[in-house]
Design a protein around this ligand. Structure first.
Ligand SMILES: [Fe+2]
Length: 183
């Protein structure tokens, strides 16, 4: 019976691979960088869409508000990174976060260019914002799961509050995209 139990437990250790401390830290650095890069790319995207005259009146103002919040999120993520770098149980490397942020920002800019193509219209511009916000929501969800592996309340609370705002951004963008095609 005991042997059976042991083989059962062994089976489980093979099936579920929980990240170790080092993997957790690397995941955290990468994901924090990714959300940082996404926030920076989102701010630039709004400027570019306005410059291309694709956002008009109400949606322009709403996109500007979202852009302002993206800037606040950028600052908050930098704070979270510094909280984790000072946490002696984590000792996160801020330079690695910045490296990942840069890579993500470049990728996001390329995706935007591909998505909009040669002659984008307002609908495509708003749908691109939906895409960007959707990606942000997904990344913050995963980041929240990673942060739950660390015992740092301050950082986790901050991520949770940004995730809520990102979920709101996504519904705002979906509403704007729908309004653009409604009579
Ligand atoms: Fe956002």
């Amino acid at each position: 019976m005991f042997n059976l139990l042991l083989s059962y437990l062994n089976f489980y250790t093979y099936r579920i691979s929980v990240p170790n401390k080092k993997e957790n830290m690397e995941n955290l650095q990468k994901k924090l960088g990714e959300v940082l890069g996404l926030e920076r790319a989102a701010q630039k995207a709004v400027d570019e869409l306005i410059e291309m005259k694709l956002l008009k009146s109400e949606s322009k103002n709403e996109a500007k508000e979202i852009q302002g919040e993206a800037s606040t999120h950028e600052e908050k993520i930098q704070e979270v990174a510094s909280v984790y770098s000072e946490d002696k149980n984590v000792r996160l490397d801020v330079a690695k976060v910045e490296e990942s942020a840069k890579e993500t920002e470049e990728k996001a800019a390329k995706i935007m260019e591909t998505y909009l193509g040669e002659k984008p219209d307002t609908s495509e511009a708003l749908e691109f914002l939906c895409l960007a916000e959707g990606v942000e929501v997904a990344h913050y969800e995963v980041l929240q799961a990673i942060c739950s592996n660390f015992d740092n309340k301050k950082a986790l609370t901050s991520i949770k509050s940004i995730l809520k705002e990102e979920q709101r951004h996504l519904s705002q963008c979906i509403d704007m995209a729908k309004a653009a095609v409604s009579a």
